[in-house]
Design a protein around this ligand. Structure first.
Ligand SMILES: [Zn+2]
Length: 299
């Protein structure tokens, strides 16, 4: 068996495509495979519009697909793809090769491996592991401009053009933008929202810092005053859905944090129980809206 036949078997090309050349480029360390269609392909391809008979109109330039490594060496597939033309309606189209994934630069197997890694680590690390630029890897994912709830609708449309279903989405990992919240709730009835750890911690840290500063103003424990009451750290329940549909889509941004937070220590101090008031059962004040934290027990 020749190396070309071996690669043809490994790639599962069947009878419509064949590996016509394989070589190892020592300097670049790349295993290069050249693929071409066979005469059988023309018999099996039909017009996408009316299933009419097709003839080979011409060939594309020679694109390259980055495949999974062969042993430790990069593997690249090149193939001038045939363009078919319908004898009935004249429609011309590029024949999609069986190895091509959704992103057109990578084969399906490479995409599956990279997506598996993306679940577990940042994109820069995935890029380092697979030896690709993160720019090319990002193209495997859906990306669009905007921060309002409308971007979620764009994503759903893209998902459904790839045979996905909006109600099959079970979990959505996101930041705490009410705009995204609204988009998910309006489109994916079975989706559970999961706020990602980064954004939770990003909100908790300044909140804790602000509470600490308020405590210092009121008299810190051990400095002669009684221990201050615990402070509730909870999401603002009254924030309307879609309130984030402003230019930045984030009502909880800096302005909002300033409005609802404790950056004005004097204003907040007026709502805190006084250290010596003796009313331990007084209602706990809400200080900073930071997301999906339940209020403290007894709040
Ligand atoms: Zn046709």
């Amino acid at each position: 068996m020749t190396a070309e036949k071996l690669f043809q078997e490994w790639l599962g090309l069947g009878l419509n495509w064949e590996v016509v050349a394989s070589r190892f480029e020592r300097e670049s360390g790349i295993v290069s495979l050249e693929i071409r269609e066979t005469a059988r392909l023309r018999e099996s391809v039909r017009c996408l519009h009316d299933t009419g008979q097709v003839f080979c109109y011409d060939h594309t330039e020679s694109p390259t697909w980055r495949h999974l490594n062969v042993f430790q060496h990069r593997c690249a597939i090149t193939c001038r793809l045939p363009r078919g033309k319908c004898r009935q309606c004249g429609h011309a189209f590029r024949v999609r090769p069986p190895w091509e994934g959704l992103s057109t630069h990578f084969p399906k197997e490479f995409e599956a491996f990279a997506l598996l890694l993306m679940h577990a680590m940042p994109m820069s690390q995935v890029a380092g592991l697979v030896g690709e630029t993160d720019t090319r890897l990002w193209r495997m994912l859906f990306a669009t401009e905007g921060k309002n709830h409308g971007v979620w609708l764009k994503f759903i449309r893209a998902l459904e053009t790839h045979n996905g279903h909006r109600h099959a989405v079970r979990q959505v990992n996101m930041d705490m933008s009410p705009a995204y919240h609204k988009g998910v709730k309006e489109t994916c009835r079975n989706a559970q929202l999961v706020f990602d750890k980064f954004h939770v911690v990003m909100n908790v840290n300044p909140a804790v810092d602000q509470v600490r500063r308020v405590e210092v103003c009121l008299g810190a424990p051990g400095a002669g005053g009684a221990p201050p009451e615990p402070v509730a750290v909870a999401q603002e329940p009254g924030a309307p859905d879609g309130a984030g549909d402003g230019p930045d889509g984030r009502p909880g941004g800096e302005k909002s944090a300033h409005r609802q937070g404790v950056s004005d220590a004097a204003g907040v101090a007026g709502h805190l129980p006084q250290p010596h008031s003796g009313h331990s059962a007084a209602p706990l004040p809400r200080v900073v809206p930071v997301g999906a934290f339940g209020g403290p027990q007894g709040a």
